[in-house]
Design a protein around this ligand. Structure first.
Ligand SMILES: Cc1ncc(C[n+]2csc(CCOP(=O)(O)OP(=O)(O)O)c2C)c(N)n1
Ligand SMILES: CC(=O)[C@@H](O)[C@H](O)COP(=O)(O)O
Ligand SMILES: [Mg+2]
Length: 639
């Protein structure tokens, strides 16, 4: 279904077209762009509220700055739908996040207007600063802009970059898009500070007067500006409880301004263009602006899926019935159940309480559940601190976001052998979020560490038992449980909690000729493959190994004593993954067998549905069947 752009938008194929418009047309263009986003996302899905919140900002930035020569870096990039529509991708935008279609995030190889690839939070300032320093070195006269949200600003990398920017004289403009929201409401002292600035009446009145003077003075050279900025900075700090945080890092702070007033925004940005050096413009916006329901429930409308744009009814995803629960909800409910019986349990999430369903425990036990902001490194070290003082922390981090906190796992948890439980949600390919978000590497990067258990449940019951086992008293060391985005296979999932023997696998199906070894949810694909192979007279054995570390060596001895053809299957990278662990065991123990490893190949995997990507990577049901056939050949049928 082709979405029709408005009369102005239909002729804006590039920012160059946009810059030919009269300024008075920008309001109408913004309305048309907002409607186009609503029309498209309601039919095709994707992220929603964030892009609506930066429509005017997007139009103003491309209008004032000479993109792509001036570089525009979006933080996270989930809010860049308007940017993509204005930069030559309007008519392809319906392919957003689909197999072979546009990425849901800015991507260098997708467009010259995408200055930097994003998806993980808090990288924009560092990247834009690098571009700015390079331009200065090359004596280019270009501008470098980072658009970062208040949520992303809670990420440590943002502060690392500002610390550096403050001592560089580069032409960097940071736009802080402050809507008081992360996916859930934003958290932390920074949020309170930004609210303080935004609501301080005396400060804002004075700011407006100063702005008028400064805006004029900026044309009379640096000295005049320096004087005024000193006056402005001391006045600001006098008026605010604290000195201006950003000014104290030597970033010229401007704002707060209304991020939806496109006329004012355009003037402000034009003024800032003439002010050299690192500066930050504080914009106040509303996430979901222009779509009442999205303004009202900003978490739900962060990425609602498809919906009826008239009634606001969100379409139910196609489900088989009876419906098995999402793994995240099994995690969330089981964590609360365990916390009720073990008072040492604490929950920690870096800004994903609703994403990982830790909000279930947060609602009932707010004093034992911590949203630490988009701060994965801190989440891990904070968890280590809790464990060092006798607590049992369940630290839930999406697998790909955990990549950011790898040293903390080693340095603060494993070396100290602390009992931290890591629950890595979104492990394996996640689907539409694509390359930046696939949890491809956690088996490889966790199993190589000492003092850690790496477990992967095949179903909801196993997830619950792994969580129960992880919190047993006197247990030492890290316990990592990784599970995929999406649903399990057990509608009746509230099974009685029981302790698992760590490192013990289980025989799912006896067989001959070939042994299939699976880790985690993909074991269900092997169950289906074995059923289909049996119809053809082929009966491989199937072992659900459950642990990548420690491996069930007793079971592996039995397997290699009885089979010389083995298939391993994992929803993780092949290099260093579960299959590699099995081959290491085989080599170390002097066995030899033909081993086919199925998993994520050694390349970047883009976006699509999980099923499309499992097929593309070669570890869905059909691929398992094909692997078994390739090992048994046609002899099986003849015998
Ligand atoms: C390292 C990392 N952690 C978590 C996320 C998940 N995430 C995506 S958007 C978002 C909230 C961003 O808030 P903000 O920057 O304020 O943007 P807004 O949605 O408010 O426009 C989070 C936590 C991520 N993309 N990257
Ligand atoms: C942009 C971002 O990083 C998050 O919104 C992410 O897309 C959430 O992923 P899930 O939809 O799997 O929770
Ligand atoms: Mg925000």
């Amino acid at each position: 279904m082709l979405i029709q752009p408005g009369d102005l938008l239909k002729d804006v194929n590039t920012p160059e077209d946009l810059r030919k418009l009269d300024r008075k047309d920008l309001v109408r263009l913004s309305d048309e762009l907002r409607q186009y986003i609503i029309d498209t996302v309601s039919v095709y899905g994707g992220h929603f509220g964030a892009s609506l919140g930066v429509v005017e900002l997007t139009v103003a930035l491309h209008y004032v700055f000479n993109t792509p020569d001036d570089s525009l870096v979006w933080d996270v990039g989930h809010q860049a739908y308007g940017h993509k529509i204005l930069t030559g991708r309007r008519d392809r935008f319906h392919t957003n996040r689909t197999y072979g279609g546009l990425s849901g995030f800015p991507k260098i190889k997708e467009s010259k207007y995408d200055a930097f690839g994003v998806g993980h939070s808090s990288t924009s300032i560092g990247a834009a600063l690098g571009m700015a320093v390079a331009s200065e070195y090359k004596k280019e006269d270009s501008h470098h802009i980072a658009v970062i949200g208040d949520g992303a600003m809670t990420g440590g990398m943002a502060f690392e970059a500002m610390n550096h920017a403050g001592v560089s004289n580069s032409n960097l403009l940071i736009i802080l898009n402050d809507n008081c929201m992360s996916i859930d409401p934003n958290v932390g002292a920074l949020k309170d500070y930004l609210t303080d600035i935004t609501t301080s009446g005396a400060y804002n009145r004075l700011k407006d007067d100063m702005w008028k003077v400064l805006g004029k003075i900026s044309k009379f050279g640096v000295n005049a500006q320096e004087i005024m900025s000193k006056v402005e900075a001391s006045t600001k700090s006098f008026l605010l409880k604290h000195s201006n945080l950003f000014e104290s890092l030597n970033l010229r702070y401007f704002g707060p301004v209304d991020g939806h007033d496109i006329d004012h925004l355009t003037s402000v940005l034009a003024d800032l263009k003439n002010i050299p050096g690192p500066k930050i413009l504080h914009c106040v916006t509303t996430k979901g602006k222009g779509f009442a329901l999205a303004e009202k429930d900003q978490t739900k409308w962060h990425a609602p899926g498809t919906f009826d744009k008239v009634t606001g009814e969100i379409h139910k995803k196609h489900v088989i019935s009876p419906q098995a629960p999402k793994y995240q909800d099994v995690f969330g409910n089981t964590l609360l159940e365990l916390a009720k019986q073990n008072e040492k349990i604490m929950g920690i999430t870096p800004a994903m309480p609703s994403g990982c369903s830790m909000n279930i425990m947060m609602k009932e036990m707010p004093d034992r559940t911590f949203d630490v902001g988009i701060a994965e490194q801190h989440a891990v070290t904070f968890s280590a601190g809790l464990a060092a003082n006798g607590m049992v922390p369940f630290c839930n981090i999406y697998s790909s976001f955990m990549q950011r906190a790898y040293d903390q796992v080693i340095h603060d948890v494993c070396i100290q052998n602390l009992p931290v439980v890591f629950c890595l949600d979104r492990a394996g390919v996640v689907g539409a979020d694509g390359a930046t978000h696939h949890g491809a590497y956690d088996i490889a990067f966790m199993r190589c560490l000492p003092n850690i258990v790496v477990a992967a449940p095949m179903n909801e019951e196993q997830l619950r038992d792994m969580m129960y086992t992880a919190q047993m008293p006197e247990r030492e060391g890290a316990f990592c449980i990784r599970y995929p985005r999406g649903t399990g296979v057990m509608p009746e999932w509230q099974t009685p909690l029981k302790e698992m023997q760590i490192g013990k696998g289980r025989l799912v199906r006896e067989g001959e000729r070939v042994a299939i070894l699976t880790l985690g949810h993909v074991g269900n694909y092997a169950v289906r493959a074995c059923e289909k192979l049996a119809e053809e007279g082929v009966y491989p054995a199937h072992y659900d190994m459950r642990f990548a570390k420690p491996l069930d060596e007793e079971m592996l001895v039995e397997i290699f004593e009885n089979f010389d053809r083995v298939v391993t299957v994992e929803d993780g990278c092949l290099p260093g993954g579960f299959g590699s662990a099995v081959i290491e065991f085989m080599a170390d123990k002097g066995y030899s067998a033909r081993v086919k490893r199925l998993g994520i190949p050694d390349r970047i995997v883009d976006h699509g549905t999980q099923a499309q990507l499992h097929r593309e990577c070669g570890y869905d049901t059909e691929a398992i069947e094909e692997a078994v056939w390739s090992l048994v050949g046609t002899e099986a049928v003849l015998n």
